[in-house]
Design a protein around this ligand. Sequence first.
Ligand SMILES: NC(=O)C1=CN([C@@H]2O[C@H](COP(=O)(O)OP(=O)(O)OC[C@H]3O[C@@H](n4cnc5c(N)ncnc54)[C@H](O)[C@@H]3O)[C@@H](O)[C@H]2O)C=CC1
Ligand SMILES: O=C(CO)COP(=O)(O)O
Length: 389
Amino acid sequence: MAATDRLNQTSDILSHSMKKTDSSMSIVTAENPYKVAVVGSGNWGTTIAKVVAENTKEKPELFQGRVDMWVFEEQIDGTPLTQIINTKHQNVKYLPNIDLPENLVANPDLISTTKDADVIVFNVPHQFLGRIVSQMKGQIKPDARAISCLKGFEVGPKGVQLLSDYVTQELGIQCGALSGANLAPEVAKEHWSETTVAYQVPDDFKGEGKDIDHRVLKQLFHRPYFHVNVIDDVAGISIAGALKNVVALGCGFVTGLGWGNNAAAAIQRVGLGEIIKFGRMFFPESKVETYYQESAGVADLITTCSGGRNVRVATEMAKTGKSGEQVEKDILNGQSAQGLITAKEVHQWLESSGHTEEYPLFEAVYQITYENVPMKELPSMIEELDIVE
Ligand SMILES: NC(=O)C1=CN([C@@H]2O[C@H](COP(=O)(O)OP(=O)(O)OC[C@H]3O[C@@H](n4cnc5c(N)ncnc54)[C@H](O)[C@@H]3O)[C@@H](O)[C@H]2O)C=CC1
Ligand SMILES: O=C(CO)COP(=O)(O)O
């Protein structure tokens, strides 16, 4: 092919890919508009509830306007948090100074929040999920669908499990995931970002207009400031979302030691490799391209390592010598750095399955966090020794 033909062909491809013909954003309607509920009201829980409630209000042909958000009730200066959210329309503890839509209703009762929902969006720190789903068993619509926005795993006697699979196993409902480079305070302020939603349409899909599919999920989560790509790879986005929190701790250690950007980049490079290896080894259905093409992959790793809670907690650990648990209490005002628990769970799993040596960074983060190994040992713990005899 001549050079000019190749050039023309390339510009055809480019102009085609730049045309905005996204069929998933064309008009979608439902025979009976879907009721959406959000379980969780922390920093990310409240932010996603805001996103969802903005969309349900704008799309009455597809969703019921009112969105109930389950709040783990607590008193703020003697007033229940739910009451404050429902009158001031702000979550003053977990997402202060952000106005929430009035069709978003804080509800302290988990069952009344979820019992009539067609779509249940789970968004709590993962250590609380087990108790929550056990209370919901038998109390929700049997054909409800779910999306998990959590970042973590369930590790138990059966091994390591995706949280979406755990929800499906416990509640018998199809569950996908939402994960991306999404620091909640930025999304809440409507600063542009991207995310990935992954969902596998189940065998008992009831048909277009009667059930949740990729187009409905795009309508539910996409905003002008929050761009959504919907794919099938639930495992890929969930693994990346859970493990980047462990990598971010490693990144915080070297940052807190004052070692600078090169060290932080080295941790992210090694971390990405271990994330991909973990996916291929334990979830072979996950796709390698998800880790570099989707917001849920390397982009989330970068944003979390730049300014997330995990990196902040680990940086403070390095500066003060305090434990992760103590720093979490001191600086996060009730929020959770999920990498602390995930590092322990991943270690338990790798140890019981005999693979710790293949994941030196995950193991180093665990040993520094829980076994008092000095942070300055990190480089030697992850050094690749290619000694040629
Ligand atoms: N905050 C962020 O920027 C992002 C967080 N995520 C993920 O979203 C999930 C939820 O995180 P956040 O909403 O940020 O939570 P958070 O870290 O703000 O945690 C506070 C929430 O935990 C609740 N809580 C405290 N004790 C509880 C208990 N015993 N039972 C039930 N709930 C209790 C509080 O009521 C509050 O709603 C996590 O897995 C996190 O990794 C994902 C993307 C962004
Ligand atoms: O998952 C996140 C960004 O996508 C938030 O990360 P942190 O929990 O470390 O703040």
